[in-house]
Design a protein around this ligand. Structure first.
Ligand SMILES: [Zn+2]
Length: 472
C-alpha cells in the first residue's frame, strides 16, 4: 500500500525542507508539495522532523562473552533499536581460530533471521591470518556482502590479534575493497596492569577503568593508524572514548591517511566516577574502553562537530546487573564487559548534541545515519531521504521531554545506564522499507521482517530500486 508522509520537515545530512513523501513498494517514490494519491494512507508529520532511519554500525546481540551471553538478542535488541529510531544495525560476527569463516557467519544468520524487526548486516571478526583465511575472504565479501573486518588489539588470550594479523588484514582489505575496524587498546599492557592490581587486592569495578588508562587506547590507536598508513589501507576506529585516541585519529587524517572514528553515547554523557558507585553498582558501567574523566566529553563533542569523529555506534552489549554483572563481585576482571545502549543512541545525540548547540541538525543526521551508510556500503539505498532510497524513516517529535529509565525501556536488560537522564525529542513513528515498525510509540512490527543487507565494497555505492519513479 502507498503511504504519504504529510507536511513533515525533512532533514538529510545536507538539507532541511518541508515536503510530502510518497512511499510505494517500500521505497521513496516521490518528494514534493501536496502530494495526492488515491487510496494512499496519509501519515501526518506536521511539526515533526522526518529523518532517514538511524544506522547503528556497532552492536553485539546474543553474543557469548566471559562465560555468559548478552541479554538482548536480535528480537529484543532490534525492537529496542526501532523504538530509538534505528532502522539498520551492523552486528559483529565472532570467529574462532581454525574454524571456517562460513561456519561463524552461518551461526550469526541463524541467530538473526527469524528475529530481527529491522534490517541488519554483519562485520566479520578476523582473529588470525593465514593462507586458509585469505582464501575465504573473497567469498565473504562477494557472496555474503560483508565488507568490513574487525580486529581486536585487546582482550589478551580471548579476542586479541597480534600486529602481524592487523597489518595483513589491512593489506587484504585494501586488495579486496573492505574496511578494517579496530578495537584499539593495548591488550598486553592492560593484562600486566590488571595482574598488578589484583595482586594488591584491588578488585572493585573502578579498577577496570584504572587498569585501562587513556594512554593504552591512545597508543593502540596511533599504532593502528601508522600501520594503516604503511599498508595504504583504510581504517575505522570503533568506540573512541578519550582525547588521546581522538587526537591520534586527527593527526593521522592530517597526514592524509584514510582513517575514520566512531564514538558512543556513553562516552559523551557518562564519566569514570560512575564506576565508583557503591554496592557494586559501578559494575553496571564496566565496558571497554572504560568511561573517562569528565573533561574528555567536550573533546569528543568537538571531534564530532569538526568531523574528526564521524559516526556514533551504540556498542550495545547488554548484561543484567543481577545474575550477569554479578559474576565479578569479587574480581572486576570477571564482570562481563558491556552496556545496554541500543535504544538511546539517537535521543541522546539529539538532546545533548542538537538541542544544546554542539552539532547542527544536519550533522546529527550525518552522524547517526548517513556517514555509516557511506562507510559501510549501504548508501544511497540507506542513510538518506531521496527518490529511490528505501523508505527507512523516523518521524521525530523534537519537543517531547522524557526520562530514560529501565522501567520504560524496551531492552531485555534489568537496568539502564542512563537511568534518570532527561532528554528532549523522541521518535514517534518508525518505518522500515515503508512498513511501520513503531506507530505512535507502539511496536507494530514483526520479528523476522528485517532483511539481511549485503553491502557494497568500501568506497562503492549501492544500486537504487529499479522501479518507476515520479518527480513532482
Ligand atoms: Zn563493541
Amino acid at each position: 500500500m502507498k503511504k504519504i508522509i504529510r507536511n513533515g520537515t525533512i532533514v538529510t545530512a545536507s538539507e532541511t525542507y518541508q515536503a510530502d513523501l510518497l512511499i510505494s513498494d517500500g521505497v521513496i517514490s516521490s518528494i514534493g508539495k501536496s502530494i495526492e494519491v488515491e487510496g494512499a494512507e496519509v501519515v501526518d508529520a506536521t511539526d515533526r522532523y522526518v529523518f532517514p532511519g538511524g544506522i547503528d554500525p556497532h552492536t553485539h546481540l546474543e553474543m557469548p562473552f566471559g562465560g555468559t551471553v548478552t541479554k538482548d538478542d536480535f528480537e529484543t535488541g532490534t525492537i529496542a533499536a526501532a523504538f530509538g529510531g534505528t532502522t539498520s544495525i551492523i552486528d559483529f560476527c565472532l570467529t574462532e581460530k581454525g574454524k571456517p569463516l562460513s561456519e561463524a557467519i552461518k551461526t550469526w544468520h541463524d541467530k538473526s533471521k527469524d528475529k530481527s524487526v529491522i534490517d541488519y548486516s554483519f562485520h566479520l571478526m578476523i582473529s588470525e591470518i593465514n593462507d586458509k583465511v585469505l582464501d575465504q575472504l573473497p567469498d565473504v565479501i562477494n557472496q555474503e556482502g560483508i565488507t568490513s573486518f574487525k580486529v581486536f588489539m585487546a582482550y589478551k588470550n580471548v579476542f586479541q590479534a597480534d600486529d602481524e594479523t592487523l597489518y595483513r588484514t589491512l593489506l587484504a582489505a585494501k586488495e579486496h575493497g573492505a574496511l578494517v575496524m579496530v578495537h584499539a587498546e593495548n591488550g598486553d599492557v592492560i593484562e600486566y596492569l590488571t595482574k598488578e592490581a589484583l595482586a594488591k587486592g584491588q578488585t572493585e569495578p573502578i579498577y577496570h577503568a584504572l587498569t585501562r588508562p587513556p594512554e593504552v587506547e591512545g597508543e593502540a590507536t596511533g599504532r593502528a593508524a601508522q600501520l594503516t598508513g604503511l599498508a595504504s589501507s583504510q581504517l575505522y576506529v570503533v568506540h573512541v572514548s578519550c582525547k588521546e585516541a581522538a587526537d591520534k585519529i586527527a593527526e593521522a587524517r592530517k597526514k592524509g591517511y584514510d582513517i575514520h572514528g566512531e564514538t558512543c553515547p556513553q562516552y559523551l554523557v557518562l564519566d569514570q566516577s560512575y564506576l565508583e558507585k557503591p554496592n557494586f553498582e559501578g559494575a553496571k558501567y564496566v565496558w571497554s574502553p572504560p568511561l573517562r574523566e569528565k573533561w574528555n566529553q567536550e573533546a569528543l563533542w568537538n571531534a564530532l562537530r569538526t568531523g574528526q569523529l564521524e559516526t556514533i555506534g551504540s556498542d550495545q552489549c547488554s548484561f543484567d546487573f543481577s545474575g550477569q554483572k554479578d559474576l565479578g563481585r569479587d574480581d572486576f576482571t570477571k564482570i562481563p564487559n558491556g552496556g545496554p545502549m541500543i535504544e538511546d543512541r539517537f535521543s541522546i545525540l539529539f538532546s545533548e548534541g542538537v538541542r544544546k548547540g554542539r552539532i547542527s541538525l544536519n550533522q546529527f543526521v550525518d552522524i547517526t545515519s548517513t556517514k555509516s551508510a557511506k562507510l559501510f556500503g549501504l548508501f544511497p539505498k540507506k542513510g538518506t531521504i531521496s527518490i529511490g532510497a528505501d523508505a527507512d524513516l523516523v518521524i521525530f517529535n523534537p519537543e517531547t521531554k522524557r526520562k530514560i529509565s529501565a522501567d520504560t525501556h524496551h531492552m531485555a536488560v534489568d537496568y539502564n545506564a542512563f537511568e534518570g537522564m532527561e532528554v528532549t525529542g523522541e521518535p514517534e513513528t518508525v518505518l522500515v522499507r515503508g512498513d511501520f515498525v513503531i506507530k505512535n510509540k507502539q511496536f507494530v512490527g514483526t520479528p523476522g521482517s528485517g532483511q539481511y543487507l549485503k553491502r557494497a565494497k568500501y568506497g562503492k555505492t549501492t544500486n537504487l530500486a529499479d522501479k518507476p519513479m515520479m518527480i513532482q
